[in-house]
Design a protein around this ligand. Structure first.
Ligand SMILES: [Cu+2]
Length: 155
């Protein structure tokens, strides 16, 4: 009886933590020697939360990036976090916000899955929570990615 109560508690805890809906996650495949790649997905939250960090076992460094115009050249740079507006889809996509996988430990091949752990912060309570996603790798030159959002053909 105690065990059942405990597992119900754990279930409730894990459900309570799933505050952000993560959809259509994918990672751009790499060629040998390539040391970085991007991860893309759609995030939706019912609450005011902020994506503050990401981790993945495939990369030594994982950052949150945005694309900015710098003297007519698109460049990407790290940002401290990304706010989610409740009920609105925040799209991480090629040419826009993305999760940057840096110093990759191995080549990312089509058909592989990349586990990514996202850390969010409830902007009111300042409570942090983590959510995992398993993102399929879409190989370079394989055409469109899931749901027609293919690898970046232009920045
Ligand atoms: Cu980047």
């Amino acid at each position: 009886m105690k065990l059942i109560a405990l597992s119900l508690c754990l279930l409730a805890a894990s459900l309570a933590q799933a505050q952000v809906t993560i959809k259509d996650a994918w990672v751009r495949g790499t060629v040998p020697q390539q040391k970085a790649s991007g991860a893309f997905m759609q995030l939706t939250s019912e609450k005011d939360v902020r994506l503050v960090a990401a981790q993945s076992p495939v990369a030594n460094v994982v950052e949150i990036h945005e694309m900015v115009m710098d003297k007519d050249v698109m460049k990407m740079r790290q940002i401290a976090g990304l706010d989610l507006v409740p009920g609105r889809v925040l799209e991480l996509k090629p040419g826009g916000y993305h999760v940057m996988l840096i110093d990759l430990k191995a080549q990312l091949k089509g058909g592989d899955f990349v586990p990514i752990t996202l850390t969010f912060e409830d902007t009111r309570t300042k409570t942090r929570f983590m959510q995992d996603v398993s993102a399929p790798v879409v190989a370079l030159g394989a055409g469109n990615g899931p749901a027609g959002k293919g690898p970046m053909s232009k920045p």
